[in-house]
Design a protein. Structure first.
Length: 132
């Protein structure tokens, strides 16, 4: 199961500060069974050079309803790329216990929901995926 997604963050005054585009792959962690589901993601956060350079921390957002099913968290990597037009690339993976669930049920769980960005002034921005 593969799907692409994009999202726009909204801050006070409806100004767009960051945009998120990425891909998320959902598949079996072990061959031929759905007992463990691996989620692999690649996310690009774009914005003005000043905004990208002000990012202090980023955190993947997991559906809290299923946090107890998480078997592996990571690795997660982030790197600012692009000299003239910088952007933040975040990659990583999770493994969840999905014993007894169908592909449709796993997809409906929306296990990986987006990214939380914190800037150097401790402002937080939540970027959530819109599933198509």
């Amino acid at each position: 199961v593969l799907f692409g997604c994009s999202a726009v963050s909204r801050t006070k005054g409806n100004n767009e500060k960051f945009t998120m585009n990425g891909s998320v792959a959902i598949g079996a962690a072990d061959d031929n069974n759905l007992n463990k589901t691996k989620i692999t993601y690649n996310v690009i956060i774009s914005g003005s050079k000043e905004d990208i350079e002000s990012i202090y921390a980023q955190e993947p957002l997991i559906n809290a309803d299923y946090i107890d099913l998480m078997l592996e968290n990571g690795p997660h990597n982030s790197q600012v790329k692009g000299k003239d037009k910088p952007y933040l690339e975040i990659t990583g993976s999770f493994v969840f216990d999905t014993t007894g669930k169908s592909k449709e049920e796993i997809d409906a769980m929306c296990l990986f929901q987006g990214i939380k960005i914190t800037d150097k002034n401790n402002n937080e921005y939540i970027l959530k995926f819109n599933k198509n």
